[in-house]
Write a protein that binds this ligand. Sequence first.
Ligand SMILES: [Cu+2]
Length: 624
Amino acid sequence: MKNAEDDFTQDNTPDSLQDNTSGPPPNESRRAFFKATGATILAAPAILTSPKSVAQVISVLPPSPPTTPWLKELPETTDPLQQTDLFADTDRIPQGDPNTVFGECGRTKHQRWDEFFGNPVLQPDQADVYELKVEAITDHEFHPDYPKQLAWGYVGHTASDSDHLNPTIFARYGRPILLRLRNELPQNHVGFGTPEISIHLHNLHAPSESDGFPGDYFSPIKSGPTLGAPGLFKDHFYPNVYAGYDEFPKDANNPVGGDKREALGTLWYHDHTLDFTAGNANRGIAAFYLLFDDLDSGDEHDPNPAALRLPSHPYDYPLIFQDKRFGGVGTVTEGIHVFDDFDPEGTLGDKITVNGMIEPVLKVANRKYRFRLLNAGPSRFYQFYLVSATNVIQQFTYIANDGNLLPKPLFNRANVRLGVAERGDIVVDFSQYPVGTELYLVNRLVQDKTRGPSGVKAPGMRVLKIIVDREPPEPDVSQVPSTLRKIRRPTLTEIAAAPIRKWVFARKNGMWSINDKFVNVNSPGAQIAIGNSEIWELHNPSGGWSHPVHIHFEEGIILNKFVDGIEVPIPAHERGRKDVYVLGPNTRLRVFLRFRDFHGKYVMHCHNMIHEDHAMMVRWDIVE
Ligand SMILES: [Cu+2]
């Protein structure tokens, strides 16, 4: 039988993968074309005109130029974003209604604003207030062997009193955040990516208008189909309450409000502009948001007996991985980041950046560290191992998946596998290594096309060198307790009562579809009454590719997993709460979800950003 993959054809040449010179048509023409057709359905035959196979295209793309490893060091600690005074400009004090008179885009009113703040306008000390600008940086150094070049990202003022690209936000349950996002990208940009933005804070329990809905993109001159007007900035209200806010109301015994079993810790924020998420995020618009509470308090010295006292700042270290392709030796774009927004198979990177750098070095003290690993796409999967200089596998403790602490830690683990947008928090105890020890974080997962990974192969690609270079200045009092955070599993009664909704993720006309449809941000594919629970069946009937499916806003619990129609055990790290559900080939998952507290439009999509940009996304709404 002919394999479906063999049917795939596309019009793609190495030239079309180059940046700025002979690159793809202007972004707006693609968007205008997509929109003019009413859907992306007609784009597929237009794009797919050449008989070249994907494998042929990849083989003719020259590899990224070689790099000399381990030349640059990552900073020893995270430099958190500092608050901005948004009260000095009296015309633009954050408010519930959109401030379109003074330059804000036409968002809808912040939900539950009056309930949280009691005034139309925010008062000082009612929230933490931050400002980020999305900017083009022209001197970014991915690696000293490559030219300094263009990158995009969030720029904000950090605690060390400097402007920082993609700073980490430290947040706390019970303390709302008001984040102002300014779009300062060049509006005449050519090359991959588009200069409109929509910030998605993955996977905060955030009201719809602050969730970064893909159709809510904005710039000073353009606005998405679901936004009222363009603008210079957009304010986002992050309540930082636990999900279940209505079911477990805020009171003296529950000062945050919501169900503390629903806490998230490792979140990230990234661009989510319709049709251009892969290009914009791969340009660099992605960063961390770490959320703490009384249990995971971010303080290993915490005297509160309930606190977990996990390794904390500066020994709590987020690591973001992105795969990128750079123009090959002898090409006009030699050493320059290239990508193709228009190819439904995308561009597979062959260089893995760690916090924006290729093959960096991290120096650590010989004590425990918490590493927060994030696969920020666009489409590569990873299976990370920690190995010695002679490739001997080292063990660590796996404590959180998708930002959710597991009920119990998984001790003596050898690897972490991450689909796009998945997070894995691990604790590594470097006290077992003498000063001077060199270790490597290695990706052993083989992937030669954007459709998904194949096997695991040693020794793999070394992406990060870790040098144990010092004794800690004080004794390590951090710990990994034998229980972490309780989980609320649905009861049998709840499972029996929940309606079942089926979603099929498949290829269609060379694009990617859900339930045979391409994305339409103006029309919900499901409407769920607020407060209801449902079982969502996520089905990938193909043997040819993998889909890391992301459901916005609410975490879910996997009830069953079927491969080739046969029920299989759910891996230990997937038995907690999740927001990314990796659908391998011929896989079906049953996921229990509650829909609570806020209403409005959200999305589910494949987080292979290339699939997502080529229509594998569905809008769903919570309705009152
Ligand atoms: Cu996919």
